[in-house]
Design a protein around this ligand. Structure first.
Ligand SMILES: Nc1nc2c(ncn2[C@@H]2O[C@H](COP(=O)(O)OP(=O)(O)OP(=O)(O)O)[C@@H](O)[C@H]2O)c(=O)[nH]1
Ligand SMILES: [Mg+2]
Length: 396
């Protein structure tokens, strides 16, 4: 399953974000290094389910559908906090950084309120500038990957020369286990001096920065947006990082918990909620809900948690959800389930790519595909888009 890593310095709310997105109960506390061992669980990205526009009732198998919204599973990993110097082992950094290897995209959680110092220790709200945290973390991740790439570099270069090997392939092998594709490496090294025998630290770092930008993009989440000192910081940071998403993991947890016990009507991603059992709420709960409504939902259009997951997959990784079916008339699988599976695939993929995502065997036996919304056969270079329902015709 596609993995998103939740990363950042200690004590910013990574585990709170993780718990709110996955309904897990890992420990959260106001001191650094509460989390040591990485936690993994399933979260969901949400998109419009085609069942709504087609006026159908679907029977999802690999995902869920709630009120015409399709919730598609992804894996979230919550890791230990990183401090400056992590790539040199500070704060157990090397071990912690290796937990990020598999991730396709990073959600970088920062404490927008400035109430934790650079190593995550609580300080007076507003006394630390969270902008500094964005820069140091990016640098740590670059230096970590540089460490992996540059290991035995001189020996590797000699080997490439002696055995006439392809540099991209060798780099690909060196970075195996990071999910970085050879195409990413080819693209990342394009702007760098082609004479790789002359590459030094500067060129390798440039290569790694390009690679990370292409292959493992990072989304910044300004968490603790509910605290008063966050507002000014968010405004200021947005000028430099316009894609930054303000969030309040703590508010999302509160809303989800209230919704689970039936006090309110709320689902992840909603920008509002309805109180269902006013009489069962005590004064503190009423105040808390009112606070979240005015200071988070109305101000930022949601708690930011679901928005962040969606942005990571649909915007940063440029993915779309496509629905393979076996019966293009009934839009079902063999067992009669309507729109059973939602598959996350890169935008502009072609039908054969989808066939391979469904199963290697289906990919190998691919003949052509049918757009099940129009019942028309589609070209082999047809570019899939979000919400497409596709029937794959195979031979044999
Ligand atoms: N006000 C506010 N506090 C939050 C929010 N999210 C988390 N916190 C608090 O921040 C502190 C740290 O939360 P954690 O989720 O443990 O943070 P972490 O980043 O996982 O910390 P480490 O595991 O130590 O790296 C806790 O006291 C949380 O209650 C939020 O959205 N708003
Ligand atoms: Mg934690």
């Amino acid at each position: 399953m596609l993995q998103i890593a939740v990363t950042g310095k200690p004590n910013v709310g990574k585990s709170s974000f993780f718990n709110s997105a996955t309904s897990s109960k890992v420990e959260m506390a106001n001191y650094p290094f509460t989390t040591i061992d990485a936690n993994k669980a399933v979260a969901h990205v949400v998109t419009d389910c085609p069942c709504a526009e087609l006026d159908l009732t679907c029977n999802p198998r690999n995902s869920k559908c709630v009120d015409g919204k399709r919730f598609i599973p992804i894996e979230l990993i919550d890791v230990a906090g990183l401090v400056p110097g992590a790539h040199e082992g500070k704060g157990l950094g090397n071990k912690f950084l290796d937990d990020l290897r598999q991730a396709k995209v990073f959600i970088h959680v920062i404490d927008a309120s400035g109430s934790t110092d650079v190593e995550g220790r609580p300080v007076d709200a507003g006394t630390h500038d969270p902008l500094e945290d964005i820069e140091f973390l990016e640098n740590e991740i670059i230096m970590w990957m540089y460490g992996i790439l540059s290991k035995n570099w001189t020996r590797l270069i000699r080997k490439i020369e002696a055995e006439k090997l392809d540099i991209s392939k060798v780099i690909h092998e060196q970075l195996s286990g990071t999910g970085i594709a050879i195409e990413h490496i080819i693209e990342a090294k394009r702007p760098i001096n082609p004479d790789y025998f002359k590459w030094e630290k500067k060129e390798l770092i440039e290569l790694v920065s390009n690679l990370l930008r292409i292959a493992k993009p990072m989304l910044i989440i300004a968490n603790k947006a509910d605290l008063p000192s966050s507002e000014e910081n968010i405004k200021r940071m947005k000028e430099k990082y316009p894609n930054l998403i303000p969030a309040s993991a703590e508010s999302e947890l509160a809303l989800i918990n209230a919704s689970k016990v039936g006090l309110i009507d709320y689902k992840p991603g909603d920008a509002s909620f309805n109180i269902l059992k006013e009489e069962e709420l005590n004064d503190n709960q009423k105040k808390a809900l009112e606070y979240i409504k005015t200071n988070i939902l109305e101000k930022y259009g949601g708690t930011g948690v679901q928005k962040a997951l969606n942005a990571a997959i649909f915007d940063l990784l440029n993915m779309i959800a496509v629905y393979p079916v076996e019966d293009e008339h009934k839009l079902t699988d063999q067992k009669g389930n309507i729109l059973p599976d939602a598959i996350l695939i890169e935008k502009d993929s072609i039908p054969r790519d989808l066939a391979y995502m469904v199963h290697t065997d289906i990919g190998d036996k691919f003949m052509h595909a049918i757009d099940a919304k129009t019942n028309m056969r589609i070209a082999s270079d047809f570019k899939l888009s979000n919400g497409d329902i596709i029937s794959i015709i195979t031979h044999g």
